[in-house]
Design a protein around this ligand. Structure first.
Ligand SMILES: NC(=O)C1=CN([C@@H]2O[C@H](COP(=O)(O)OP(=O)(O)OC[C@H]3O[C@@H](n4cnc5c(N)ncnc54)[C@H](OP(=O)(O)O)[C@@H]3O)[C@@H](O)[C@H]2O)[C@@H](O)CC1
Ligand SMILES: [K+]
Length: 478
């Protein structure tokens, strides 16, 4: 796990070290220059210098690059408010200050020090045009602290941002690198600490799940039997959507759930011939069983009256409950179901994608995507439940805090992925993880399996959810 900090928190940290010697900006400039020299020594560097301290980092770096004998051009598109004398002397060197972007297009590497944490409003067209032109050069772009134009708290461009090849993060990693559009803009992220590891730091605002979380509960003892690992009921599978329930059930069986029942709303199948371990029943029969340990409702559920009645029954039960897909859509259209969820005593988790989250919050989907952390936090508080908000940079939230999943890629944007994720979370929760730990581990291994697959499939086309079930099992058993 890597701590993530919002800009307001980093500002407090900066203020605490305002008197640090050498100044943090000098340390930043030195570290950035060292990083650039290690990778691009001998290149012509085009340095974009912004009006604030992101620009100050860029100038401190430019001085170091020049001292190291590197060819250099600077572009200063907005007046700098404060210019230290060494910076002024640097910019006064003949040929250094390039007035338009044409000079920059001749450079081999663009160093982006235009805006970092201090971006505080939408960019106007003079700047958006410049950023688009620079993106169009097709040169490597190394962003200082954040690709200019990207909101580093939320991961949204405002309204455009540079597409960096590398982002060098100063002081601490930011949530916006890893969620919403952040992954598409930041390229490879490198953390430059600036402060010694022993330096006092504020509490993190979120955590990045960048390694597979430990789950000692999943290690099997000799003295155990299938009952030790719980009985799971997955409800869904309306007419035409049996496959969703099968995917969830197969994933649950292949990730260690003791016994898995599928409660189908349209019981067209008596057996899953490819996964005969699953026990298929009519949903109305399964919900009456008294030996269930945990229920998941949603995969292929539909929004019929029968589905609604089933949801109501499960919400009223004392079973731990995972709600996904149409269970969430039913929930969003009935205040009394929301009240039932809020006041349950048994634990629950909801796993919406952004459109489902938006329906639950009564917002357009783009508003959820504009601040995914806030949306997850709001859902958690309003509905008194753990939350996994899907999408690029899946967010896991419970009352103890927020984490962002660092694995996964666009190949996961296919039907059925949500169903296997539901089956996986339910299965790991059933086996003793807390709901939020089950969500974190599930999101990570699901994304990791897709990342492994992507190494062999460059464009990421055609990944079917069912193909990930076995690789996920392998990752869980590593
Ligand atoms: N302080 C330290 O110790 C350390 C600082 N560090 C570095 O400092 C960076 C933060 O510096 P920062 O706070 O000066 O913000 P920055 O990103 O340069 O931008 C502010 C400027 O941009 C302007 N501006 C904003 N939006 C705009 C828009 N849409 N269109 C046009 N202009 C706009 C804004 O204008 P204003 O709102 O004042 O009119 C202001 O002039 C941080 O990311 C890291 O790189 C680290 O190395 C650690 C040590
Ligand atoms: K920048």
């Amino acid at each position: 796990m890597t701590p993530l900090y919002l800009s307001a928190t980093l500002r407090r940290l900066e203020a605490d070290y305002a008197q640090h010697e050498p100044p943090l900006i000098e340390l930043a400039g030195k570290s950035i220059a060292q990083w650039l020299l290690a990778r691009y020594r001998g290149s012509r560097f085009g340095v974009l210098v912004g009006p604030g301290n992101n620009g100050a980092d860029a100038l401190a770096c430019a001085r170091r690059l020049r001292e190291a004998g590197q060819a250099l051009h600077c572009l200063v598109p907005l007046a700098r408010k404060a210019l230290s004398s060494p910076d002024a002397a640097l910019l006064a060197l003949s040929g250094l200050q390039v007035v338009d972007s044409a000079g920059l297009s001749e450079c081999d590497v663009i160093v982006d020090g235009l805006f970092g944490l201090g971006l505080n409003r939408r960019l106007d067209t003079s700047i958006t045009g410049l950023l688009e032109a620079i993106d169009g050069f097709g040169k490597p772009i190394v962003a200082i602290d954040a690709p200019s134009g990207l909101d580093s708290d939320r991961g949204v461009p405002s309204p455009v941002a540079l597409h960096a090849t590398h982002t060098l993060s100063m002081l601490g990693a930011k949530p916006g690198y890893y969620t919403a559009a952040g992954r598409d803009y930041c390229g490879e992220v490198h953390l430059i600490e600036l402060l010694p590891p022993t330096a006092a730091r504020p509490a993190a605002d979120a955590q990045l799940i960048d390694t597979q979380p430990n789950a000692p509960q999943l290690h099997r003892q000799h003295v155990s039997h299938k009952g030790t690992y719980g009985t799971l009921a997955i409800f869904g599978g309306s007419a035409g959507m049996t496959g969703a329930a099968l995917l969830a059930g197969r994933m649950a069986a292949k990730s260690g759930a003791g016994k898995v029942y599928l409660g189908l709303l349209d019981p067209v199948l008596g057996v899953d011939v490819l996964q005969p371990e699953l026990m298929l029943q009519a949903a109305t029969d399964l919900v009456k069983r008294s030996d269930l340990d945990l229920a998941a409702i949603g995969p292929g559920l539909g929004r019929s009256q029968a589905a609604q009645a089933l949801l109501q029954q499960l919400l009223a039960s004392d079973l731990p409950l995972l709600l996904d897909a149409d269970a969430l859509n039913l929930l969003s259209s009935a205040a009394e179901l929301q009240q039932q969820l809020r006041t349950r005593t048994a634990p629950s988790i909801i796993t919406p994608h952004p459109a489902e989250a938006a329906r639950l919050l009564g917002l357009p989907t783009n508003k959820v995507q504009e601040d995914r952390l806030a949306a997850a936090r709001e859902l958690q508080a309003r509905l008194n439940t753990a939350v996994l908000l899907k999408g690029s940079g899946t967010i896991c939230a419970d009352c103890a805090g927020i984490s962002i999943n660092g694995s996964g890629n666009g190949a996961l944007a296919t039907a059925g992925q949500g169903d296997i994720l539901s089956g996986l979370i339910a299965s790991l929760w059933l086996q003793g993880l807390s709901p939020i730990d089950a969500a974190r581990l599930s999101a990570f291994v699901h994304g990791h399996a897709a990342d492994d697959w992507r190494m062999q499939h460059r464009n990421g086309l055609g990944l079917c959810a069912s193909e990930l079930i076995e690789p996920i099992r392998t990752l869980l058993n590593r």
